[in-house]
Design a protein around this ligand. Structure first.
Ligand code: UDP
Length: 230
């Protein structure tokens, strides 16, 4: 079975998934869309490095192998239609929803759940909604929250080693064939906020029309290459 999304093509085989990263970039629930040559390979390699790092820290991910330039071999997962966001520092939709000051640090990281539904602009949901809307069981929800916090903590250190501050990050989870909750999808500047001093190294460069996002993504990739070898 083959699925094509906004930024990836996923081919599910019996024992593995083949994930090809595209050069497409989108924002605003798909309203803004462009193609940047080389973007897919940057995000694929960064995802591979981040997930290899997480696997080594004992955080379960779908990552098996990086096949250059832009493909990952991964465990086949049945994905939950959810986005799980871990926030360390206030930005983005948190500020639009609740106010506050951009850059303010949370005492403890917080976790938010959103349903993947572009038409409804990915509404936020709580633990009770997960069951009522048949999105996941409460136990699976708790497991996702636990893994998200653990993955967030390790990736914060990972990006710190590369010289970047991780403000927030979005995760997606799935179930393995034997029913385990594991981290799927990607970890890249498309799915998190990475800052160095006041400079932006993530998709906000594209969202806010602040120049060439790929030059920034490349800097992140090169800085992370020293941390994990693939
Ligand atoms: N994010 C994402 N996909 C989405 C929505 C958000 O990868 O569909 C990421 C986003 O890049 C950021 C984090 O999740 O790192 C939190 O995003 P937020 O809820 O603040 O929304 P935004 O302001 O980015 O629309």
């Amino acid at each position: 079975m083959k699925y094509e999304g906004k930024t990836k093509v996923v081919e599910i085989k019996e024992k593995e998934a083949i994930i090809s990263f595209k050069d497409d970039i989108t924002a605003g629930d798909g309203a803004k869309h462009d193609v940047f040559a080389g973007k897919g390979s940057i995000c694929a390699e960064l995802t591979a490095m981040a997930m290899k790092y997480l696997n080594e820290k004992g955080v379960p991910t779908h990552f098996l192998e990086f096949v250059p330039p832009n493909v990952l071999r991964a465990l086949p997962l049945r994905m939950f239609p959810l986005e799980v966001v871990v926030r360390f520092i206030k930005a983005g939709s948190f500020l639009r929803r609740y106010g506050g000051i951009e850059g303010e640090v949370f005492k403890e990281p917080i976790v938010e759940f959103f349903v993947k539904d572009d038409e409804r602009h990915d509404p936020m949901v709580c633990m009770d909604h997960l069951e009522v809307l048949n999105l996941a069981t409460r136990e699976q929800g708790m497991e996702m929250k636990k893994i998200a916090l653990e993955a967030g903590k390790h990736l914060k250190s990972f990006f710190e080693m590369a010289g970047f501050e991780l403000w927030d990050i979005k995760f997606e989870f799935g179930l393995t064939t034997d029913g385990k909750v594991v981290l799927g999808d990607e970890v890249s500047p498309d799915t998190c906020r990475l800052r160095r001093k006041k400079d932006i190294y993530d998709k906000d460069v594209y969202r806010k029309d602040m120049g060439d996002p790929i030059a920034r993504y490349k800097e992140v990739l090169e800085a992370c290459r020293g941390i994990v070898s693939l």
